[in-house]
Design a protein around this ligand. Structure first.
Ligand SMILES: Cc1cc2nc3c(=O)[nH]c(=O)nc-3n(C[C@H](O)[C@H](O)[C@H](O)COP(=O)(O)OP(=O)(O)OC[C@H]3O[C@@H](n4cnc5c(N)ncnc54)[C@H](O)[C@@H]3O)c2cc1C
Length: 308
């Protein structure tokens, strides 16, 4: 892992820096590159513009590792309200949640209960209910949550991380569920005992996992979603899909708002299914630091924003 990435991910865990950054207007200005605004209405408005270009959306309210169950209740209630907005909007829009935002650190059972409520509401309006994958310590419990929800509702998706050694076995273990998987490289600081320390190995594993998912899709066994901005990797996977006879509509490409936007539009105009993940809310510090860590050169945007 590069030194810049390591330092930025360590800074993500500092409550002091969190307080400092969120009070600074120039940092808030810099986050606008990756989020249209803090209010859910900002996110919905941006999604309508993407819809005009044929792009779908995945929404997430920022926040993680809540420390009181009342906060998890509030997140559940927020999303119930948000589903009503989605149903009225006519958007091809879906919701993605973090288990620790719904109380996983406090109670597995209550987190599951909240997720059940949200998955049922999401299913009722015919949307995919997405579960993000967080740090390594949550993987077993997140897989358990996924199994429980997927056995109740068809439209539940799970993020899996290519940097983890265990993901190949985890993916095979889910195949009996006909899973919907968003494959990502992985955004957290993990030790080399559990995750590939060298990016090239993560990329290789990503390709192998994605290839397995495309084969599964050709056999009607799983729905692959490629959550990456790595265009070279995507080009190779698109060619691979053709080789397996996996139809274009059997897989999707998801990217983050504000990243590789021209490529998102190009892929869409070439007939691919593209969805853009839009984040909103005021708990953006940790999430923003992970975006900086993915490309440490992004720190210059913060500096520029401070100067102007
Ligand atoms: C839809 C979606 C959902 C995600 N969900 C999760 C999740 O649940 N759990 C999880 O651990 N991670 C998640 N991630 C983050 C993911 O793990 C990676 O950290 C992130 O996508 C960067 O990796 P990459 O695949 O784009 O490849 P990289 O090799 O890191 O990047 C490829 C190229 O994309 C561009 N790029 C990538 N990141 C940035 C950036 N921040 N700013 C500017 N340009 C950039 C650069 O041009 C870079 O060269 C998600 C990512 C996406 C797109």
């Amino acid at each position: 892992m590069s030194l810049g990435r390591t330092i930025l991910l360590k800074m993500a865990d500092s409550p002091f820096l969190n307080r400092q950054a969120t009070q600074r207007a120039f940092v808030k200005r810099a986050t606008r590159r990756f989020m249209p605004g803090e209010a859910p209405e900002d996110a919905l408005r941006a999604a309508q513009m993407l819809k005009a270009e044929g792009r779908g959306t995945v929404f997430t309210k920022l926040g993680e590792n809540i420390v009181a169950m009342a906060d998890a209740d509030a997140v559940r209630d927020h999303y119930l309200w948000f589903f009503d907005q989605l149903a009225a909007s006519g958007l091809d829009g879906h919701v993605s949640v973090k288990p620790t935002q719904l109380g996983l650190d406090l109670s597995y059972d209550q987190c599951l209960a909240h997720m059940r409520t949200l998955a049922a509401r999401s299913a009722a309006i015919d949307k995919v209910f997405w579960i993000d994958m967080e740090g390594f310590v949550y993987v077993d419990r997140t897989l358990q949550l996924y199994r429980a929800l997927k056995s109740e509702h068809h439209n539940v998706g799970l993020a899996m991380q290519a940097y983890l050694y265990r993901t190949q076995a985890d993916l095979e273990g889910l195949m009996d569920l006909h899973p919907i998987i968003r494959l990502v490289k992985g955004a957290y600081a993990e030790p080399s005992s559990v995750a590939y320390p060298v990016k090239a190995d993560t990329n290789r594993n990503y390709f192998d996992l994605a290839d397995r998912m495309l084969q599964g899709a050709a056999a009607g066994q799983c729905t692959p979603i490629f959550g990456t901005h790595d265009i070279d990797l995507l080009d190779r996977l698109i060619a691979r899909a053709k080789a397996h006879g996996t139809p274009d509509k059997a897989y999707e490409i998801h990217m983050l708002y504000g990243i590789r936007d021209a490529d998102q539009r190009r892929l869409r105009s070439q007939g691919r299914t593209v969805k853009t993940l839009i984040s909103y809310g005021n708990a953006w510090y940790k999430w923003y630091m992970r975006r900086l860590a993915e490309r440490p050169a992004n720190v210059w945007f913060v500096v520029k924003s401070a100067l102007g």
